[in-house]
Ligand binder design. Structure first.
Ligand code: NAD
Length: 304
């Protein structure tokens, strides 16, 4: 199957979908994209061009992205179809049934779900050997990782081709060998968030302190020193001694924190409502978003 100039179809032109389309278009592929909201299709070129200018690329790559309101027409010629619609299992299952009917028999079908096991999304397909997960991170054109998740049915050929496609497009794909909820990245991320929330819930420190502790200590090292590299660096014996003292005390309830549930019940939804764990003025929100973007742009530039 074509790889140098593959035909890519993206389902969903939202936050993730337009960024994924951008990465493939910049890598020289022709990209079709669909959405049920016409306004999202209408401004997709504008959004991609603005992102490209922001990171110093020729905005004309956006012209390789072809919007269409018709799902079947979007996927019909594609070598690779990636779905990035809302995180809704019944919706994703329904869409993949439609995609399978319209796509070529050899096309690879991928979901960008954040945490839903790929097995649950793809179980109803006739040919499950070509179905897999590709989990990108936001913004897709700045964060390098793509987790490539196979199910018990996925062929190794489909996994290898998908990894090669993403690598050639400048991404850093990794292979997740078992299809577990949250894959690798979100399991790690939310293990940390669970303890972060518990520290506030139990009055050990406030929310601002949790974030300061992380950002001013191990957060500084995390981009260049993963936890298992770090465990080897300090010694597995020291790691074991620390775990013998601390693990029993770390939050391990199976469900979400009641503190988090109460915030949501009170309508304290974070940026959306101006208050979550902390209060957020419009200026503070813009400043934090800007800081994250600058940081990611700098990291990308130093990768290059
Ligand atoms: N936002 C993130 O940080 C992030 C990161 C990784 C993965 N994801 C996952 O990516 C997926 C998309 O997330 P997002 O943040 O881009 O959401 P989003 O709401 O920005 O975009 C979803 C898009 O899908 C469209 N859509 C809904 N139903 C559709 C249909 N039937 N056909 C075509 N388009 C349809 C919506 O109109 C919308 O434009 C979700 O599964 C999410 O969990 C999100």
């Amino acid at each position: 199957m074509r790889m140098a100039k593959a035909r890519i179809a993206v389902i969903g032109a939202g936050l993730m979908g337009h960024g994924i389309a951008q990465v493939f278009a910049l890598a020289g592929h022709e990209v079709t994209i669909t959405d049920t909201v016409m306004a999202s299709l209408g401004n997709v070129h504008e959004r991609i061009a603005a992102n490209l200018r922001e990171i110093g690329y020729d905005a004309r790559a956006a012209e390789r992205v072809h919007p269409s309101p018709d799902l079947a027409a979007t996927v019909r010629e594609a070598d690779f179809v990636v779905e990035a619609v809302s995180e809704d299992l019944p919706l994703k299952r329904k869409l993949f049934a439609e995609i399978e009917r319209a796509a070529r028999p050899g096309a690879i079908l991928a979901s960008n779900t954040s945490v839903i096991p790929i097995t649950r999304i793809m179980a109803g397909l006739r040919d499950r050997s070509r179905a897999l997960g590709t989990h990108w991170w936001n913004p897709p054109y700045l964060v390098p990782l793509v987790e490539v998740i196979g199910t018990q049915w996925t062929s190794s050929k489909a996994i290898d081709w998908t990894i090669a496609l993403h690598k050639a497009a400048g991404k850093m794909p990794v292979h997740v060998k078992k299809d577990v909820p949250g894959f690798v990245g979100n399991r790690l991320q939310h293990a940390l968030w669970r303890e972060a929330i518990a520290l506030v819930e139990h009055g050990i420190c406030d929310a601002e302190t949790v974030d300061t502790v992380i950002k001013a200590s191990f957060g500084r090292r995390l981009a260049v020193l993963g936890p298992l590299e770090n465990a080897d660096l300090v010694g597995t014996d020291l790691t074991l001694a620390i775990h013998q003292t601390v693990l029993a005390d770390i939050e391990h309830r199976p469900g979400p924190s009641p503190y988090l549930e109460a915030l949501v019940a009170k309508g304290k939804l974070g940026f959306k409502s101006g208050e979550g764990f902390r209060t957020w003025s419009a200026d503070a929100q813009a400043a934090l978003r800007g800081k994250v973007l600058q940081h990611l742009k700098k990291a990308r530039a130093s990768d290059a």
